[in-house]
Design a protein around this ligand. Structure first.
Ligand SMILES: Cc1cc2nc3c(=O)[nH]c(=O)nc-3n(C[C@H](O)[C@H](O)[C@H](O)COP(=O)(O)OP(=O)(O)OC[C@H]3O[C@@H](n4cnc5c(N)ncnc54)[C@H](O)[C@@H]3O)c2cc1C
Length: 468
């Protein structure tokens, strides 16, 4: 790149201004900082992403001041959560436990939601520049001191600031330029691919309910969203789905809907609108996200398979927390670096449980005996159903629902079951033990010098800062 046509100065630069970037910009601007957000996209525009927000995600929109404009987009509040194990016919059905007063989920298409976030950032005082593609970092004394970008008018510009936040998604340019993009310190390949489409919804009686079905190794969801549509996502195992987007994708997608009886019934009479979108080669990861003069927020630093729908909430939450935690220390590089590091450690600490839970759901396999036991128990006991849904809302850790007592019951059942199924059960048990060991090893890598956070407490009553 040749030299810049202009050089300007700010307190912070945010590269990428959707979920994580807007949230960081909002927090910094509210703290009185001059923040410049640069995005290569124009808004409103879509992102390759489904978009279920559990109550904790809706609450995050509220904290950012973006809930009202997002609600105006017209997505129905989803007050009921449902998960169905198709084979044995177990149904988990529960209302949501309020998270910071929010007792509903929401599924708003990204075009409208992201534009509302950008607008909220602008109203807070951030300068958001669209069609501005960052391709270079400016370095000074071993620190990132700013960025160079190509503006909409094709001129090259330079902005300098004490902190550059990469919030530029999974393929992050900033992560690449600081040398961490291709070496995540945890990287778990997903066992599932994603195929989703929007259908005109003809089932008013389902407009308040988000449903997930598991049928053999297949997983399908139906989430009512804005404009009278219902988002239908299928996540087949990687080895049972196309490895690239071909003409036959819609046929494959429709075929999967038909394989899940409950989903097929839900979608009967609904019309598929537009093309089927596809997400392949998904990995869940943590990248090093803190360095001298730089930080990585949102997917740029940490990603979880969509199967548990946590990404948007975590991108917004930790984007905001980053902005809040550095706002006062931007003028002192030493303090700033410490704040950014502490922020990264907090995100790892708070996201590790759900990261590992997500990786289990993303294995691309049928429900395990342990998961079936959970479904069975939640089908019979409403309090267990509520507890299971609380995992997704981050009010409860997975270890809290997969308790040793429940594990013992599963083992007892498996051992006393018919001889014919004992071998399969023992194999599955071995798999669970191996997974638990590798999760323990992941924690050692990710959190070597941190005490393991309490994993068995319900955090409903905890102050906001203790929630995950
Ligand atoms: C198939 C799929 C389904 C998903 N479903 C869900 C779900 O149901 N619920 C959920 O919570 N999460 C879901 N997620 C995860 C969610 O999409 C992400 O976690 C979320 O989008 C992260 O937001 P972000 O702001 O970090 O990045 P992004 O939303 O990816 O935004 C990055 C921005 O950076 C900009 N950018 C990139 N490079 C540059 C550059 N060089 N210069 C300037 N700008 C740049 C891009 O234009 C973009 O606007 C899903 C993900 C996938 C792939």
């Amino acid at each position: 790149m040749s030299g810049p046509d202009t050089v300007e100065h700010a307190d912070a630069i945010v590269v990428g201004t959707r979920c994580a970037g807007s949230a960081a910009a909002i927090a910094l601007a509210r703290a009185g900082r001059r923040v410049i957000g640069l995005d290569s996209a124009r808004f409103p525009s879509d992102a390759l992403s489904t978009h279920l927000l559990w109550p904790a995600g809706v609450a995050e929109l509220n904290t950012l001041g973006a809930l009202e404009p997002v609600r105006e987009l017209g997505a129905p509040p989803l007050t009921v959560a449902m998960a169905v194990a198709s084979g044995p016919g177990y149904t988990v059905r529960a209302p949501y436990t309020p998270y910071e007063g929010i007792d509903y989920a929401m599924c708003v298409r990204r075009t409208g939601m992201d534009a509302a976030l950008v607008e909220t950032a602008r109203e807070a005082g951030a300068e958001i520049r669209e069609r501005a593609r960052v391709s270079e970092l400016v370095w000074s004394d071993g620190r990132v001191a700013g960025v160079r970008y190509t503006n909409a008018d094709n001129t090259i510009r330079e902005v300098r600031a004490p902190l550059t936040i990469g919030a530029d998604g999974r393929g992050s340019t900033v992560a690449g330029l600081v040398g961490v993009r291709d070496q995540p310190f945890l990287d778990v390949r997903s066992g599932r691919n994603c195929f989703y489409g929007y259908w005109r919804d003809n089932k008013p009686e389902w407009r308040d309910t988000a449903v997930m079905w598991r049928a053999a190794a297949l997983l399908g969801t139906a989430f009512p969203c804005d404009d009278g549509l219902v988002l239908c996502l299928l996540q087949p195992p990687v080895d049972q789905s196309p490895q690239k987007v071909t003409r036959g994708v819609e046929e494959f997608y429709r075929g999967m809907v038909e394989q899940i009886p409950g989903l097929n019934e839900r979608m009967r009479g609904c019309e598929l609108e537009g093309k089927v979108r596809v997400g392949l080669n998904i990995s869940s990861y943590f990248r090093r996200s803190a360095g001298p003069g730089w930080a990585l927020a949102g997917d740029a630093g940490h990603f979880k398979d969509p199967v548990t729908a946590q990404g948007i909430r975590d991108a917004m939450r930790y984007g905001r927390l980053l902005g809040e935690s550095v706002a006062r220390s931007l003028d002192d590089p030493h303090v700033l670096d410490g704040e950014v590091l502490e922020w990264e450690r907090r995100r790892v600490r708070e996201c590790m449980d759900i990261f590992q839970w997500t990786n289990r759901q993303a294995r691309g396999e049928p429900l395990t005996p342990l998961e079936l036991e959970l479904y069975r128990s939640a089908d019979e006991h409403p309090d267990v159903a509520v507890g299971l849904i609380e995992v997704y809302s981050r009010l409860r850790t997975p270890n809290n629902v997969v308790s040793p007592a429940r594990l013992a019951r599963v083992v007892a059942r498996g051992i006393s079951g018919p001889v014919s199924s004992r071998a399969a059960f023992t194999k599955q048990l071995g798999r669970e033990v191996r997974d638990a060991a590798s999760e323990w090893a992941q924690r050692r890598v990710a959190l070597p010098d941190l005490p393991t956070p309490p994993t068995d407490s319900v955090r409903r009553a905890a102050p906001t800062s203790a929630r995950q």
